[in-house]
Design a protein around this ligand. Structure first.
Ligand code: PGA
Length: 245
């Protein structure tokens, strides 16, 4: 795992510039994108690069990383709505395709959702992601692959950890979801390139665990240490608890 430590002021612009470079080299880049707080400044920086003509998603595909279940279509706390507000609606030109999941879902027992998750998994096996952008939860989850998720776990319906439910509530997810659907670790670990994003002092402990702790399913983000092309982009606050070398 490569590690790039940036000042909090430079973090978003630097990651956005590298993302624009990937799009320039691979115009039909197919990437998954997370929601939550961490990527918001990155998405703002990326929208600016699009406005300046430096980045172009016109041939690219964005795949939503995960989604809460039990929220009405259009609810502002849904992941697809957050992604739309913070990124997709701000990109000019618009991305060639945006793949979401579970828009009409009735909840975790909806059989149609299982079919949809299996279809996305099959697509990701047939054509792995070029780039997986991932946030990391305070408990080490990536997407909604909570601690205990197997490295070969598929795209699937999952029960959310208590801390993930709290985070969902803080994003305005109403009713607070108990379950979600997430791209699984298998497809994320199969991506050609992975970027893990972590900023702020609240991520300092989990970053130290990812970098210095054991590689374990109890800390799903740590599994990416074995990925051949994974970069952890942190700011200085998120890097603060790392023991000096
Ligand atoms: P955050 O969430 O960016 O809001 O901290 C990250 C995550 O849970 O993946």
């Amino acid at each position: 795992m490569d590690i790039i430590v940036l000042s909090d002021r430079a973090w978003a612009d630097e990651v956005a510039a590298r993302w624009a470079d990937r799009l320039a080299v691979n115009v039909d880049l197919r990437m998954c994108c997370p929601t939550g707080q961490t990527p918001v400044p990155l998405y703002t920086a990326m929208a600016t690069l699009c406005d300046l003509g430096i980045a172009d998603f016109g041939a690219a595909t964005i795949v939503l990383l995960d989604e809460y279940l039990g929220l009405e279509p259009g609810a502002s706390g849904r992941c697809d709505e957050m992604l739309r507000r913070h990124l997709v609606d701000r990109l000019r030109p618009a991305p060639a395709a945006v793949r979401t999941i579970g828009v009409g879902s009735l909840g975790p027992t909806d059989p149609d959702l299982e079919v949809e998750a299996a279809a996305i998994e099959a697509e990701l096996v047939a054509r792995p992601l070029d780039l997986a952008l991932l946030g990391v939860g305070g408990n080490g989850h990536v997407g909604m692959n909570e601690p205990g998720s197997a490295p070969d776990s598929p795209t699937r319906i999952v029960e959310l950890a208590a801390s993930t439910r709290l985070a969902a509530a803080s994003y305005g997810a109403e009713p607070v979801p108990t379950h979600g659907v997430t791209i699984g670790l298998r497809a994320l670990l199969a991506a050609a390139e992975v970027w893990i994003l972590a900023t702020g002092s609240t991520k300092a402990d989990v970053v130290a665990a990812i970098v210095d702790g054991p590689t374990t399913v109890e800390m799903p983000a740590s599994l990416f240490r074995d990925h051949t092309n994974c970069t952890l982009f942190v700011d200085t606050a998120a890097w603060a608890r790392r023991p000096p070398t």
